[in-house]
Design a protein around this ligand. Structure first.
Ligand SMILES: CC(C)(COP(=O)(O)OP(=O)(O)OC[C@H]1O[C@@H](n2cnc3c(N)ncnc32)[C@H](O)[C@@H]1OP(=O)(O)O)[C@@H](O)C(=O)NCCC(=O)NCCS
Length: 182
C-alpha cells in the first residue's frame, strides 16, 4: 500500500469489479485502450473480473501489477496506475487510467509519481517504459511531465494491432531529475 496526498494505492480486489466495469464501459476512457473497450456493462463486468484476477496473479508471481487508485477522502475507486512486466520490450511498463469525472485534477500524475518512485527506488528497476497510442495527448503530456522521453514507434498487438509510441525513463535520468534530493 502507498499513500499519496490524495490517493491510496493498493491491489485491486473483488469489490472493485463494479466501479472498474463502469470505467471500461465509458468509451472516452477506453478510446486509446482498445483491449479494455466493452460494448455494454455486462461485457465490462467480465473484463473487470478478468483484470482483477490477472493482476492478483501478477502480484503473487511477479510482485508487480497496477494498483487500484482510491481517494483517501472516501475510499472511492477512481482508476488504476502502476507497473507491469512487458517481456517483449525487456522492460517494465507504466500504465494509468482515471475515471472521466476526475480528469484534469492531477490525480494520474500524483499516482504515477508514486509508481515511478516505487519502481526505481524500492525495486531498483533500470528503466520504465510507457506505450501510448497516437492521438492520446493526455497520456503523452503525462509521460513528458514524468520525465519520460519518446524513443520510437513499436508494433503492439494487444493495442489493436497498430503502432504505439514508446516512451522511456531510465533510473539514471530519474535520479538525476531528483537533483540530489535523495
Ligand atoms: C491519461 C489520463 C490517465 C490522465 O489523467 P489525469 O488525472 O486527467 O491527468 P493529470 O491531471 O495528472 O494531468 C497530467 C498532465 O497531462 C495534462 N493533460 C491532462 N489531460 C489532458 C488532455 N486531454 N490533453 C492534453 N493534456 C492533458 C495535464 O494538463 C497535465 O500536464 P501539466 O502538468 O503540464 O498541466 C486520463 O486522461 C485517462 O484516464 N485517459 C484514459 C485512459 C488512458 O488512455 N490511459 C493511458 C493509456 S496509454
Amino acid at each position: 500500500m502507498i499513500d499519496t496526498p490524495r490517493l491510496r494505492l493498493l491491489p485491486l480486489d473483488e469489490a472493485d469489479r463494479e466501479p472498474l466495469a463502469r470505467l471500461f464501459a465509458d468509451p472516452e476512457v477506453t478510446r486509446f485502450l482498445p483491449q479494455l473497450a466493452a460494448a455494454n456493462l455486462d461485457a465490462a463486468r467480465a473484463l473487470a473480473s478478468q483484470r482483477i484476477e490477472r493482476y492478483a496473479a501478477q502480484w503473487r508471481t511477479q510482485g508487480l501489477a497496477p494498483w487500484a487508485l482510491r481517494l483517501r477522502q472516501d475510499g472511492a475507486l477512481v482508476g488504476w496506475c502502476g507497473l507491469r512486466a512487458t517481456p517483449e520490450f525487456d522492460a517494465v511498463e507504466m500504465v494509468w487510467l482515471v475515471a472521466r469525472a476526475h480528469w484534469g485534477r492531477g490525480l494520474a500524475a500524483e499516482a504515477a509519481r508514486a509508481a515511478l518512485d516505487y519502481g526505481f527506488m524500492r525495486r531498483g528497476l533500470p528503466r520504465l517504459i510507457a506505450l501510448i497510442l497516437p492521438g492520446n495527448s493526455a497520456s503523452v503530456r503525462l509521460a513528458e511531465r514524468l520525465g519520460m522521453r519518446y524513443e520510437r514507434h513499436v508494433p503492439v498487438n494487444y493495442l489493436g494491432g497498430g503502432a504505439a509510441q514508446l516512451f522511456r525513463l531510465t533510473r539514471t535520468d530519474y535520479l538525476a531529475s531528483l537533483g540530489g534530493a535523495r
